[in-house]
Design a protein around this ligand. Structure first.
Ligand SMILES: [Fe+2]
Length: 305
């Protein structure tokens, strides 16, 4: 049971809990089969991530990744609708500018509900996912507004406290030292705020709050918009600097004991450290495991090169 809805997440920004807001992207026609098949046809292949997640009885995840393959837009759409795929089209701001422009108008309306929320950078990913797809427990080092456009999905949002979101793991993710997201156990489920999303609803949650998603037996389309504020930028920079200090044997203080001047100084330090190449990304380039195919198990066919 939730004892309180306030301060579930440390340094949450002005969004104190998960909340839905209306949006009009569906009414504007962006989620129809025709629109989606057309955009799949012309979306740059290098901006696709195609994932297939498997879970064991303890809720631990394993991941297979797909290549874009050679299906045309309509066939790829069919493979997603029939399969068990999670397709992420990155950089909507460049890949589908018409949707992006409309989404930024909607973002402005959502932001009005949160006095003090000032986004300094927005980016978006269009997510097309199969009826039984599930996204594992993770956090985004940003604020998020999830514009749900088609199907039904259940979003689980957890407190962003040290128990659910350890700063050491945040450092690792922010500095790209691991593809592991966060430690997860089924015991976290009793702490979740659970929201079912219908098309036309946008969901937002406290900045950094961990979350996971289950599709509810329908093909789903969502635009996931992330945004940075100055406080999140300072925080991410401080986490990066702490990751560097830790890699050199230091024991940096937790960022939630730092005031704004110290966070800003650590953010400034992170810019210099990044420029100097202090930490190399350890995220390997994935070997692809499959490519989408219609009429095969999970929509995942053999690679054909
Ligand atoms: Fe996320």
């Amino acid at each position: 049971m939730l004892m309180t809805q306030t301060n579930r997440t440390r340094y949450s920004g002005p969004i104190r809990q998960a909340e839905t807001h209306p949006h009009t992207l569906v009414d504007q026609g962006f989620a129809s089969d025709e629109s989606l098949a057309a955009i799949l046809d012309r979306y740059p292949a290098e901006l696709f991530d195609i994932n297939l997640y498997d879970y064991d009885d303890e809720g631990q995840v394993s991941l297979r990744t797909g290549a874009r393959g050679r299906l045309d837009g309509g066939q790829l759409l069919e493979a997603i609708q029939q399969g068990r795929l999670w397709v992420n089209m990155r950089e909507v701001e460049t890949g589908w500018p018409e949707l992006w422009a409309a989404a930024m108008v909607e973002f402005g309306k959502v932001a009005e509900a949160y006095p003090g929320l000032r986004a300094v950078r927005n980016a978006g990913q269009l997510i097309l996912s199969s009826p039984k797809a599930r996204v594992p427990y993770h956090f985004d080092a940003a604020g998020v507004v999830l514009f749900h456009m088609r199907g039904r999905k259940r979003v689980f949002v957890y407190p962003g406290d040290e128990a659910h979101l350890p700063e050491r793991n945040m450092e690792q993710v922010v500095s790209r030292q691991t593809t592991e997201e966060l430690p997860y156990t089924l015991a976290f489920e009793q702490d979740a705020q659970v929201m079912d999303l219908e098309p036309g609803q946008a969901l937002t949650w406290p900045i950094y709050a961990p979350h996971r998603v289950e599709n509810l037996d329908r093909f789903c389309v969502s635009l996931s918009m992330d945004f940075q504020t100055w406080p999140s930028r300072f925080r991410n920079g401080a986490l990066y600097t702490n990751a560097v200090l830790r890699s050199r044997g230091g024991q940096p203080r937790m960022t939630d004991r730092m005031g704004t001047p110290e966070l800003a100084a650590r953010w400034a330090a992170s810019l210099a450290l990044k420029k100097a190449g202090a930490l190399k990304s350890r995220i390997a380039h994935f070997e692809r495991d499959f490519e989408p195919e219609v009429g095969v198990a999970d929509g995942a066919g053999a690679l054909r090169n």
